[in-house]
Design a protein around this ligand. Sequence first.
Ligand SMILES: Nc1nc2c(ncn2[C@@H]2O[C@H](COP(=O)(O)OP(=O)(O)OP(=O)(O)O)[C@@H](O)[C@H]2O)c(=O)[nH]1
Ligand SMILES: [Mg+2]
Length: 387
Amino acid sequence: MKTILNSRCKPESDFCIFTKKLVPLAKSSKHTSALQEVDGIPQPEFISQSALQKAMAKRRIQPSADELLAGILAHDKTALSRAITLIESTNPDHLTKANTVIQGCLPHANRSVRIGITGVPGVGKSTFIEAFGSYLTQLGKKVAVLAVDPSSSISHGSILGDKTRMEELVKDENAFIRPSASGDSLGGVARKTRESIILCEAAGFDTIIIETVGVGQSETAVHSMVDFFLLLKIAGAGDELQGIKRGIMEMADAVVINKADGDNVAKAKLAKTEFNRALHLFPAKSSGWTPKVTTCSAFEKTGIDAIWELISDYLTLVQSNQYFDQRRQEQNQYWLMETINEQLMQRFYHHPEIAPLLEQNKKAVQNHELSPFAAASIVLKKYFKED
Ligand SMILES: Nc1nc2c(ncn2[C@@H]2O[C@H](COP(=O)(O)OP(=O)(O)OP(=O)(O)O)[C@@H](O)[C@H]2O)c(=O)[nH]1
Ligand SMILES: [Mg+2]
């Protein structure tokens, strides 16, 4: 290989990218001054020009909404990926196209189980999703993994880095993994994930896993788009309940104590007893389901089947008592209102006249020249053109 590449280097080149060797200038016949441009790198001969042109042409062509929709409905993962990119785009032209695709997907969506997974960093979410997701695909399920992580614009998406931790699932024909959308507001990021769920369902995925790292209010956002909410924990030193946000415990349909392996098994069992006791103190859920506590080792892949069994029990219950549909209806209403609120706020705060006026009124309030109510009224009147 090396000799072939070497033979393609022009002898007069100053630097050969293939061999990574500098050819001394003195030996270069053409170049005598540093100000002279060196020759460009020659096009490798082994690239077929027609293939190159085809590839370039393909890259330039943006598939139409109809083509994307057809691809998604044919269960094509590339079309799904491209459509999600469209949803995540901030380009207004893409918005219309994205909406057309979503609208087309809607009649084919809604036929899946949506599972939310939360837990502090390092608890083992990615390792768990790898084990759990692979278990499900072995059962013949099609699994899509999405995320809500508003911090991902800084950290570039936890799942993206995690793809190395989800080695098996990434390669799995029946799995689809997508990192969190980026954005500056949780509402925006969550909306994109929610729309992506619809697309994944239309693309034939019957189990959607949504991961969140639990920063800010992201658990609430994920809870409002899933059927089952799973809190991942690790056993500590007997102070399990400390440091847990009360809200999360109320949302959880199951608490799974991970890393129940090696020396940790006894501690995990103890934690299980403690969580079980604590969960009984919470009011009964409107689903009629009593939250369960279990242990597992994502690393050793133990206890994973019991978790799926537990989720299946939950589904049987909520499908028979109609809670499943009722909750999805409520979630749709919630997202309708959320999207309106989000867009109104975006419009308002980014309005070119409002932003400076708001700053001016903030100062006036700070200097006790105006009451907060009077200042708000001035800004709102301007926005609604009532002044
Ligand atoms: N012993 C043991 N280690 C585990 C288990 N699950 C995960 N780990 C280890 O815990 C560390 C963190 O696991 P991750 O899966 O990256 O955790 P995470 O919750 O996704 O972390 P973030 O992405 O940072 O939020 C890794 O070193 C894993 O190998 C387990 O069941 N047992
Ligand atoms: Mg992770």
